[in-house]
Design a protein around this ligand. Sequence first.
Ligand code: SR1
Ligand code: MG
Length: 416
Amino acid sequence: DYRILHEADLRDYLAGIPDLKALLGGEPAAWSITEVGDGNLNLVFIVKGARGGVAVKQALPYVRLVGESWPLPLSRAHYEYLALSKQAQLAPGLVPALLHHNETLALTVMELLEPHIIMRRGLVAAAHYPRFVDDITTFMARTLFFTSDLALTAAEKKEAIAAFAGNHALCKITEDLIFTDPYRIAEQNRWTAPYLDGLAAALRDDMELHVAISRLKLKFMASPEALLHGDLHTGSIMVTVSETRVIDPEFAFYGPMGFDVGAVLANLLMAYFASAGHESVPGERRAFEAWVLETVEQVWGGFTGKFLDLWRSQASGDAYPASLFAGERGAMRLEAERQAYMQRLFTDTVGFAAAKTIRRIFGLAHNIDFELIEDPKRRAVSEARAVRLARGLMVEAAAFRTIADVTGAARKLRDW
Ligand code: SR1
Ligand code: MG
């Protein structure tokens, strides 16, 4: 039976699993167990023994951030486990190793990532991550390409969609919190008042924005292009200077690829705008901001390059049948089509990046990039710059043809 595990239960539970007991080592009574979850949904424990450590994640039957008044299915732990297994196969070394899973307890034991930290925390401290671009672009290109119609047969793809179709409660969170609530009066919305009161009201009255966000919502709901991580922000990435691991894919489902790519870009751009609010060391801030924008450009460029390479060399899916693109003329036409596909994906990415930004400033769940700026006036200035960029990206997504158009617009807003 499901029960919420507390320290003593968890100790007994882990001690009862021979492989984990051996991995942790020593006497179970001496293991240290600390609950460290700082996310919005689950419990996360770090357990350390004489020999080693593990991370244990247990889903709660409700949204942790809000409490028992907001029930949430435990099945999300199943989808997270399924997604992690798939990602481990497609992007080895870029997700934590899975050590144990218990469906009934909605509990997963994983490799303890040490000395990794949540990337968002590093970005607030103006840290640079030299491995990040290569790792995240490999992760996205491989997980998105190999779960798409470009790599799967139609039957495989439909089976895969079905395997994640039950994760709709998590999708509903996204549909409400990202694509709807920030644009209407909703009890759970909040923003940096009173400074952003006018901007919040303007969003609620901006019909062009409402059309744009509704198109994105429809795309999110009705475009099962590939297996998404579904919540790929910088709080779902753990880093050191030499390693990157993507964690927490409990929002996984088959959706539009631009949602994952847009999440990464949006969170980098928010780190960029927040940086001015953390200006204790101005020189280092400017260098950090330059690195972030360079990273934004390299993430899109690297992702595109790797995705296209996979398409050119490993297309085994039912989409774009090779028999229709025979000979030199076919090869040239198919290559032009690949470029057009990436351009459409770029437009989606830009729109989703905008949606992911606006939700963190006016919706329920905020991020520490902005929240740790103590002075509300200063925080509001950073947030308003990000919102200005986001509105442009969303309403005029097609006008942004290249990633340099996006970083150029961000740069112009740095001192706005
Ligand atoms: C109620 S859950 C709020 C947010 O936390 C998760 O990390 C997702 O981003 C979700 O939208
Ligand atoms: Mg999460």
